[in-house]
Write a protein that binds this ligand. Structure first.
Ligand code: HEM
Length: 461
């Protein structure tokens, strides 16, 4: 039986390489060591990255009695989301939080959010001027932040909503963000040297956000409104099997978790999709033909089932999955997976990026080809942008629905173009990839059917 191998380079150097070029690090290791390799770049120095679909099915699903999903492997962002977040809980408490959170993100609830997502998209893009050049990431960030604030927090206007938006925006966009991200990976950098130091700035911004969240929770507790449908309201009402509901701190930590998970990742994925759609004119044409075939005001659920739009979203999630790894798993009792012996205490991460770039599953993996999702059905362990098993993403339905409705609204009603011909590359640091893509708003768009009608009217005049 084999043991996974890995680079002999000093651990700190490997961590730095990971921080600045995660894709290059993973591709080089896979080339040298194959589908299992040791990558001491996260919490555990003996962590193994796995990228074979059969092995992932074993680890995430079939061998669940020998593999746990401990929260201690996901502690990297604890200073941000706190220690009551679903990310860091394990065992029964993790199950309890999943039970409380999941109904709020169930597919059937998406109907409630459909019209909201379309109107937020229009409100945000309507603030841009014709011929204005803008960052695609700012556009998708503004949309996804507003979607999360409305769907999760139930906030759509007012001073608290405005302040939260400003604070969250500055927490993710400030020039000090790369230093703050480095402090998450290297705890000795977490030094509060005053308001201008990166960690001091982070701690103060977080405190201001916390104050607003606790104010909102207190207000909701004192004036309960059973009519509300946002996730916070559902969480405040939800009870587990023992009749327990969530404490204020649990609510705060979960809200911060959902903000982080739901806002930045979804917006980065939408940025990639906008880039690829406008980089490939044939993709844009095919999407517009599909969208126009639905007529003037299609139902959001009808849009969300469009085959080519779904294929474009899937291909965007495949080529640069914004979450390049699953959360960590831990071997509890010795097992053998595909000829590798894995001993207790070994941390495992599903390597979603490498899985999605396997030549045997995705020929020409660096090419953006939505049609591969129309030609073949991939198993849940061949295509897994949302992970699998005990920690599978709970926001999958919202993320997919949001992506499709935002793209459909933007493409059907506006003409956008890339501001330059540059190739967009994933951006460091860490494991998310917000690309720096500049776009231009050319104007409002009239659908092919609308144009034909106008032309007919003009000819009859
Ligand atoms: C395109 C957008 C998104 C992608 C690619 C994504 C991907 C992922 C992945 C890969 C995981 C880890 C799964 C595993 O370890 O098996 C995860 C976990 C999670 N995601 Fe998402 N996610 C997205 C959007 C969202 C949204 C919108 C929310 C909620 C608002 C959300 C909430 C969560 C939560 C709470 C977990 C942790 C689950 C647990 O630990 O039990 N995600 N996501």
């Amino acid at each position: 039986m084999k043991l996974p191998e890995g680079s002999k380079t000093a651990v700190l150097l490997q961590k730095l390489q990971w921080q600045f070029n995660s894709v290059g690090y993973m591709e080089a290791a896979q080339k040298k060591y194959g589908d299992f390799f040791i990558a001491p770049v996260l919490e555990s120095d003996s962590a193994v990255f796995v990228s074979h679909p059969e092995a992932l099915e074993q680890i995430l699903h079939k061998q669940r009695s020998a593999v746990s999903a401990p929260g201690s492997l996901n502690e990297i962002m604890t200073p941000y989301h706190g220690n009551q977040s679903i990310f860091v809980l394990d065992g029964d408490r993790h199950q309890r939080h999943r039970q409380l959170l999941m109904p709020a993100f169930h597919g059937a609830r998406m109907r409630v959010y459909g019209d909201l997502i379309g109107s937020i998209t229009k409100q945000v893009i309507d603030q841009y001027q014709i011929d204005q050049t803008f960052s695609a990431r700012s556009l998708t960030n503004d949309i996804s932040l507003q979607v999360i604030l409305e769907t999760v927090f139930g906030l759509h206007k007012g001073e608290r909503c405005f302040q939260l938006k400003q604070l969250i925006h500055s927490l993710f966009e400030d020039v000090r963000v790369p230093f703050i991200a480095a402090s998450f990976l290297l705890p000795f950098l977490r030094k509060d040297l005053g308001a201008w130091s990166p960690w001091g700035y982070f701690v103060r911004q977080r405190q201001k956000i916390d104050d607003l969240i606790y104010q909102e929770i207190a207000e909701r507790r004192s004036q309960p409104n059973p009519e509300r449908t946002d996730v916070l309201s559902l969480l405040m009402l939800a009870q587990d099997e023992d009749g327990q509901s969530m404490s204020d701190q649990e609510l705060r930590d979960e809200l911060m978790t959902l903000l982080l998970a739901g806002h930045i990742i979804t917006s980065s994925t939408m940025t990639w999709a906008l880039y690829w759609i406008h980089k490939k004119p044939e993709v844009l044409q095919q999407l517009l033909a599909e969208l126009d075939s639905l007529g003037e005001s299609p139902e959001p659920t009808v849009i969300s089932r469009l085959p080519y739009l779904t294929a474009v979203c899937n291909e965007s999630l495949r080529i640069y999955p914004v979450e390049i790894l699953t959360k960590g798993r831990m071997i509890k009792s010795p097992i053998e997976v595909m000829g590798y012996h894995l001993s207790p205490g070994t941390a495992l991460y599903g390597c979603i990026y490498l899985l999605h770039h396997r030549q045997d599953l995705y020929p020409e993996p660096k090419q953006f080809k939505p049609e591969r999702f129309l030609e073949r059905k991939f198993s849940p362990y061949e295509f897994m942008p949302f992970g699998g098993g005990a920690r599978r993403c709970i926001g999958e339905a919202l993320a997919q629905y949001e992506m499709k409705l935002v793209l459909a609204t933007l493409l059907s009603h506006y003409e956008l173009e890339l501001a330059d011909n540059r190739e967009a590359r994933p951006q460091p640091p860490g494991t998310t990839f917000p690309p720096a893509v500049k776009m231009r708003l050319r104007g409002k768009r009239h659908s092919a059917k609308g144009l034909a009608k106008t032309q007919a009217l003009l000819t009859n005049l």
